[in-house]
Design a protein around this ligand. Sequence first.
Ligand SMILES: *[C@@H]1O[C@H](CO)[C@@H](O)[C@H](O)[C@H]1NC(C)=O
Ligand SMILES: *[C@@H]1O[C@H](CO)[C@@H](O)[C@H](O)[C@H]1NC(C)=O
Ligand SMILES: *[C@@H]1O[C@H](CO)[C@@H](O)[C@H](O)[C@H]1NC(C)=O
Length: 154
Amino acid sequence: MRTSAVLATLVATFTVPAASAPAGDAGVFARQQTGKGKFCEKTVPAPPDDVVRARHDKFVDAFLVKRDIVETFTYIAPEYINNNVTSPDSAQRALDFLSRLWGNQNITVHRTLYRDNYSWLNYAGMAGSNIIDRYRWEGGCIVQHWDRGETWPA
Ligand SMILES: *[C@@H]1O[C@H](CO)[C@@H](O)[C@H](O)[C@H]1NC(C)=O
Ligand SMILES: *[C@@H]1O[C@H](CO)[C@@H](O)[C@H](O)[C@H]1NC(C)=O
Ligand SMILES: *[C@@H]1O[C@H](CO)[C@@H](O)[C@H](O)[C@H]1NC(C)=O
């Protein structure tokens, strides 16, 4: 039920052009070029699950709808592990990598899901038409990401 609410929000955002920047928007891109990222600070104990779920929703909106990489990384911890040879570990290095190309992507969201400290994102983007990303949350922040042969959870 939560997932369809998120998708409904995403669809609504896509159908109102004024609400999101056009593909390759120069303002978004320029903003992403500047400065050091502000990253997520983990807490002990971790926030309740509904708080992490709400952060997942905002992360999806920043990353796939607004394509604002600086905001995206406010949900990601500095020690972020990317598990990807072309896209580096550490939040700052991943931010630098994505800032150069993400603002110019055409993203189509297929579906998103949050469950028990994991997020799944399925979308069409730069690396193909059916990308599945999986993220692990810890202490209220994303700490790890996988994109190799991921399958949608049952
Ligand atoms: C890493 O990321 C790139 C760009 O998103 C993607 O094309 C590639 O399939 C990913 N996986 C590996 C193992 O590099
Ligand atoms: C994004 O879509 C627009 C309009 O369809 C197109 O002109 C542009 O080349 C696309 N950009 C990329 C990076 O695919
Ligand atoms: C989620 O992770 C936190 C630690 O960050 C842990 O305390 C909590 O039990 C986990 N929740 C689930 C449902 O696995």
